[in-house]
Design a protein around this ligand. Structure first.
Ligand SMILES: [Zn+2]
Length: 882
């Protein structure tokens, strides 16, 4: 399950190659031939009538695929410009070569398919559309790339099909075909069922001026683009952006089934964009009953009453030659309508189940067929989404005063943001995942705002602040509500949204002049600070805050799991509380992600868009300057949290002597993770009003009995204890791989007492604690020679200790010998302790065969740790003594 699937499939350019015989009209596209009487019409027995005058003329063939399982939402298929050509035994359909060939002097024919002729006379030909369309053209892509004619040639095989409706809709012919499709590549035995809805109309290029991203524009703004075309003779590639023609108003219709209590929110999400245009360009109306997406004549915001699908997406059909958007649709599922506490809990159940199935496979309705998956524009990590969403929902449930009307108010703001985001896609805008870097509200201030917001007591303290400069980001829960609330209360569009619309539609250059920070889907793999669902301008501060939130929410997450078990929506799904299955690994994974996020900034190869945005170019000539800027920023952020010790080591559940440099101002201070304290919090929470009388997923008030509370506390104790150990394991695993060459790269030398020196000092101390700590309650009894020995075992498991030893490896540090002394000391200490435990010193000649089985196993484990820790070398004589 993933929350936002925004799919955008753009019609591709195709044209017919019947050009060899018919002189190309492509040379003079602005004056299309008269098209009166060229429309295709339905014939009897679901055939299609082509007037003879229409043969050889351009048609736009577009389509949508509609899965026939779970929810019948649609995905636009790549469109083509086609021509029909009559032969003695069939009517062929060719795709246009416009934009596909460098010259028209050499004839080229791009056959798409042949339709059997049912009947013909002197004015018309009737074809069997179904027999001809025995494949689905799956070409689709999103945004630019290189010119690639073969991308448009991909198809799925149709094993069976039936056209079940052919009708006229204005000048368009709409053909509905149900198909079984086979993907020859991934699972040839899988036959998925789809409806393919084709739209065929005489093609007139919409008169819209061409617009491309200039070489430097793409750094600051991003629109979807149609497939690149090659210009005749020069061979230059042009890639036009997708946008509506705004000489006419753009009308959006929200589907008639939109619940009354969300109509206003949906309208406001749509009309939000008028603020970006600075004038009324967009109109929002309720769709006539019976009109549903996809619809060739309407832009539709389709409400999908499907409570289990936590995603929304948008989709549009674009003229492949001009880039003019023909129509688009956005699907909003009812899951966002969490209009009561019971619904919030239900949603939480869904989200948490995603987290428990760690593979994070999406359960959207296009299962199985990869071609639709690959066309997904929103590649946000569902796990990442679920984590922050679950935390947000739990925060909502933690407020006792919040009643169902309060929850409804929240969900309306949520819907405002979701709709504005999806409409932004339909208008042509790509994601801007960097816009969270522009937030001006600190974590602490956002938390404060959120508390006020939940209690419906917002002051105007934060009026001039933003959590993001765009709705086109994936924002975490609180920030999303902040933006939704802003859409409701403000008259302005967010700065990026406004500047981007003004660039794409009105040729203003503010977005470039301001050097607006912009990054889209593919950039998440390039820049460390281009993340989805992140918050705030400083990634290190953000990750530190996330660790704190995660730990603080843990006790509440435990109780919510038991509520879901005791009071599910349907009583048949009830789970005995003793069977509730919690995973400390899931929570520790979330911690490890954030811990690694912090550590990656010590590595010189990690790129920061925020830093690079300050440079005119990024290249070999200024590499050093950029690294110096990185180093400065890393130090600043570390300083603001209160130094390395606070940033990286203060949360870890181990005893280390730490030195703090003040308290963080912008975020709450993280406490050391402590199983005992977490369990105390859990016990206290169970007695607060929020959890003495709670509303279950079944919308009924309920309580836990004394025995049930006992089960919860016991399970919590076990979970927190394991969580502690898992955190230590994940921390040393992360440190084992954490390269930290930025200081040397930026300064030219290894620092004596900089933040990396401090990091390495503490890493060595942590390794020592992990390798050497014992657990008095865990003993091994066995024999050494003839005497019985009781050995106190080590606290952490062998894997964790081996990892800790490896975290001292030479090649991971700032220089080769960084941990040589620490390793030498540990070598000596561990060896002595092991020997003492087994009384080895009492034997003149010790041999491991003298140990009984369990002790011998233990002894060998210890030798494997010692083996990773070389002994100290003796003093080296000066090479040239005098
Ligand atoms: Zn999106």
């Amino acid at each position: 399950m993933s929350l936002k699937y925004c799919h955008w499939i753009i019609l591709l350019a195709f044209c017919l190659t019947a050009k060899a015989q018919t002189p190309p009209s492509a040379t003079n596209k602005s004056e299309p031939p008269s098209q009166v009487g060229l429309e295709l019409t339905p014939a009897k027995n679901l055939g299609v009538t082509i007037p003879r005058a229409a043969l050889g003329q351009d048609f736009l063939l577009s389509g949508s695929s509609i899965p026939q399982a779970v929810t019948a939402t649609s995905h636009g298929l790549a469109g083509k410009i086609v021509r029909f050509e009559l032969f003695h035994d069939a009517v062929d359909m060719y795709e246009s070569t416009q934009g596909q060939l460098v010259t028209t002097d050499l004839p080229a024919r791009r056959l798409l398919t042949s339709f059997p002729i049912i009947e013909q006379n002197e004015t018309r030909v009737v074809i069997d559309f179904n027999k001809g369309m025995h494949r689905v053209f799956t070409a689709s892509w999103i945004g630019g790339g290189a010119f690639n004619p073969s991308a448009s040639a991909r198809t799925l095989e149709v094993s069976q099909s039936r056209v079940f409706e052919v009708k006229r809709d204005g000048r368009r012919l709409v053909v509905r075909q149900s198909v079984q499709v086979r993907d020859r590549q991934t699972d040839p035995n899988l036959e998925e069922r789809f409806e393919i809805r084709y739209f065929l109309s005489p093609y007139t290029q919409v008169a819209i001026p061409n617009k491309e991203h200039g070489p430097s524009d793409a750094r600051y703004v991003g629109y979807f683009e149609v497939a690149p075309q090659v210009e005749p003779i020069s061979g230059r590639q042009t890639t036009k952006i997708a946008r509506f023609n705004i000489n006419e108003p753009i009308r959006f219709y929200y589907s008639a089934n939109t619940p009354a209590e969300y109509e206003e929110a949906v309208r406001e999400g749509i009309l939000y964009w008028n603020r970006a245009f600075g004038k009324e360009v967009i109109k929002a109306d309720k769709a006539p009953a019976g009109v549903t997406a996809p619809d060739a004549a309407h832009n539709i915001v389709q409400w999908v009453p499907y409570d289990s699908a936590t995603f929304a997406y948008a989709d549009a059909l674009v003229d492949p030659i001009s880039g003019a958007t023909q129509h688009g649709q956005a699907y909003i599922t009812s899951v966002f309508a969490f209009s009561s506490k019971a619904r919030v809990r239900e949603l939480l159940r869904l989200v948490r189940s995603t987290l428990d199935h760690k593979d994070g496979k999406s359960t959207n309705s296009n299962l199985g067929i990869d071609f639709l998956q690959s066309s997904s524009l929103c590649s946000g990590d569902p796990i990442q989404f679920a984590q922050q969403f679950a935390a947000g929902l739990e925060a909502v449930l933690a407020v006792d005063q919040l009643d169902d009307s309060g929850v409804l108010r929240l969900s309306q703001d949520y819907v405002r943001k979701v709709v504005a985001h999806e409409i932004g896609h339909v208008l042509g805008l790509r994601h801007n995942f960097a816009s969270s870097l522009t937030g001006t509200l600190t974590h602490r201030e956002l938390d404060d705002w959120f508390r006020q917001y939940l209690n419906n007591s917002i002051t105007n303290n934060y009026n001039n602040h933003l959590t993001s400069e765009s709705v086109m980001d994936y924002t975490p829960f609180k920030s999303r509500l902040f933006i939704g609330h802003l859409i409701h209360t403000s008259k302005e569009a967010l700065p990026y949204d406004k500047a981007a619309i003004q660039w794409g539609y009105l040729d203003q250059t503010t977005v470039i002049d301001r050097k607006t920070i912009f990054a889209t889907d593919q950039d998440t793999a390039v820049y460390g600070d281009v993340r989805t669902f992140d918050y705030g301008p400083d990634p290190i501060v953000g990750a530190y805050a996330n660790i704190g939130d995660l730990v603080r929410n843990l006790p509440q997450s435990v109780i919510e799991a038991f509520i879901r078990a005791k009071a599910p929506r349907d009583p048949r799904d009830r789970v005995p509380l003793s069977n509730v299955n919690l995973s400390h690994v899931t929570f520790a994974n979330a911690f490890a992600t954030e811990f690694a996020q912090i550590l990656q900034w010590f590595k010189s190869s990690t790129r920061s868009l925020k830093v690079e945005n300050g440079f005119d170019y990024i290249g070999d000539l200024n590499r050093k300057e950029i690294q110096v800027a990185h180093w400065k920023r890393l130090n600043e952020q570390t300083e603001r949290i209160g130094g390395i010790d606070r940033l990286l080591f203060s949360s870890l559940p181990v005893d280390l002597k730490l030195e703090f440099k003040g308290e963080p101002k912008e975020v709450a201070t993280n406490e050391k993770i402590d199983a005992k304290k977490l369990n105390e919090t859990l016990a206290k929470l169970l007695e607060t009003p929020v959890y003495t009388n709670w509303i279950g997923l079944d919308a009924r008030t309920n309580t836990f009995t004394k025995d049930e509370k006992e089960i919860i506390l016991n399970r919590g104790r076990k979970l927190f204890g394991e969580f502690e150990k898992e955190i230590v394991k994940r921390a040393v695993q992360t440190l084992e791989k954490a390269q930290r060459d930025l200081g040397v790269k930026a300064n030219g030398i290894v620092g004596e007492d900089d933040i990396i020196a401090q990091l390495e000092k503490r890493t060595a101390e942590l390794a020592k604690v992990v390798i050497m700590s014992r657990n008095d309650e865990d003993r091994r009894r066995g024999k050494v020679d003839k005497s019985t020995v009781d050995v106190v075992d080590f606290r952490y498991d062998l894997e964790t200790r081996l990892t800790a030893a490896r975290s001292l490896a030479d090649d991971i540090g700032s220089f080769k010998g960084w941990a040589a002394d620490a390793k030498g000391d540990l070598h000596k200490q561990l060896r002595e302790e092991v020997d003492a435990s087994l009384n080895i010193q009492n034997f003149r000649e010790f041999n491991e065969a003298m140990l009984s089985r369990s002790l011998r196993d233990w002894y060998l484990d210890q030798q494997s740790v010692i083996g990773l820790l070389p002994a100290k070398k003796g003093p080296v004589a000066p090479s040239n003594p005098r």
